[in-house]
Design a binder for this molecule. Structure first.
Ligand SMILES: *Cc1c(COP(=O)(O)O)cnc(C)c1O
Length: 380
């Protein structure tokens, strides 16, 4: 066992040796030929990982997942427009606040924490009044609940409503077929299931989403504006350097490695992504079996709603946050609860990215939790 604790929170996460080595290299110029190749290649690889069409536009930006959320909000929504938000927890609340600051009229469709509203309930909300967009959190990191993104895309497309998915805790670990399902924006950050250090905001926009930006009556703040970034992304993809604001060159260098690792499972990108998602599902099943075995209950109310990328686990009776400290004493870092209504009643374990290829570390995490649960129970 190394002295460094094992990082099992829902982002940042353990990264592969390849990504770690790439991220440790000296910074490159943003116009260096090998950087231009890494940026151009990453943009192309994103279309494969996102399962997006050739006409969709990937963006790679220095920033956080929240920046990607703000960018989507500012480019597709006009003040005064109505937006329906499927609210499953902490990050859906953040999305609502961003939309309010943009001047949108927000209707929320919620469920009890750990549950998700039905597709029918969302459809009814869309039908109440003319709606510009449907926003949803693919996997809510505060509850471990995964939404039926395909079903949401279907009802939105039927009504010509734009869809924006926060995939920050999902992209690269959950099935998402941007092109086939007709999703309009799918966004993430580098430190979650994509498997990199924090620092990159990544999103893909459909042609419809870009049309919305072009039709806005006033441009978004300059650094959030898709139309400022579009020529930069297009240039790099054509293997020409370009500049609007300095890219995070070190992280983009590592991104190229990370995306290649994701896609390396098969020469066909669709098959590679299927393999990647099912590997996450298998590992999630291993973790859930272990929690059950320890007598622990999950926050998601059904197995079907439980994400591949993290577990949200209720504390055993009589035990609270001291369990997180006890697990840390055993060399594994997990996260406390996050949902404002009950954050002191559960904890979270991330299981996404490179960790799914490391059975010894998976066992190390499960053993640490089991041992900590037994020890804290013995003290009751
Ligand atoms: C982590 C996360 C975010 C926020 O990402 P930051 O990089 O911390 O801004 C947003 N949405 C979801 C679903 C997340 O898991």
């Amino acid at each position: 066992m190394s002295n460094r604790p094992l990082l099992m929170i829902p982002g940042p996460i353990e990264v592969s040796d390849g990504v770690s080595d790439a991220a440790a290299e000296a910074p490159r110029s943003h116009v260096a030929p090998d950087f231009v190749e890494a940026m151009g290649g990453s943009l192309q690889a994103m279309r494969h990982v996102w399962r997006a069409g050739e006409d969709a536009q990937p963006f790679i930006l220095a920033g956080s997942g929240s920046l990607a959320m703000d960018m989507a909000t500012w480019n597709v929504i006009e003040p005064g427009e109505r937006v329906v938000v499927v609210n499953t927890g902490f990050f859906s609340d953040r999305s609502v606040e961003m939309l309010h600051r943009r001047g949108a009229h927000v209707t929320q469709v919620s469920a009890e924490p750990g549950d998700a509203p039905s597709i029918d309930a969302v459809a009814r909300a869309l039908d109440e009044r003319p709606t510009a967009a449907l926003f949803a959190t693919h996997v809510d990191t505060s509850t471990g609940v995964r939404l039926d993104a395909e079903g949401l895309c279907r009802i939105a497309r039927e009504r010509n409503v734009l869809t924006v998915f926060d995939g920050v805790c999902a992209t690269g670990g959950e099935r998402f077929e941007m092109d086939t399902w007709g999703a309009d924006v799918y966004l993430t950050a580098s430190q979650k299931a994509i498997g990199l250090p924090p620092g990159l905001a990544l999103l893909v926009a459909s042609p419809r989403a870009l049309e919305r930006r072009r039709a806005l009556s006033a441009p978004p703040p300059m650094s959030l504006d898709w139309l400022e970034w579009l020529p930069v992304m297009t240039a790099y993809e054509a293997r020409r350097p370009s500049y609007f604001a300095t890219p995070a060159t070190t992280l983009v260098w590592a991104l190229r490695t990370g995306l290649d690792e994701i896609l390396s499972a098969d020469t066909d990108p669709g098959t590679a992504m299927d393999a990647r998602v099912s590997a996450h599902a298998t590992v999630a099943g291993t973790f859930r079996a272990a929690w059950r075995d320890m007598g622990l209950d999950l926050v998601p109310v059904s197995e079907a709603l439980a994400a591949n990328t993290l577990s949200a686990i209720r504390y055993p009776d009589g035990i609270g946050q001291e369990l997180v400290s006890a697990i840390k004493e055993r060399g594994v870092v997990v996260a406390p609860g996050l949902h404002p209504e009950f954050k002191d009643r559960y904890f979270r374990v991330g299981h996404m990215g490179d960790i799914i290829t490391r059975p010894a570390d998976i066992s190390r995490c499960i053993d640490a939790v089991r041992d900590a649960v037994q020890a804290t129970r013995a003290e009751l």
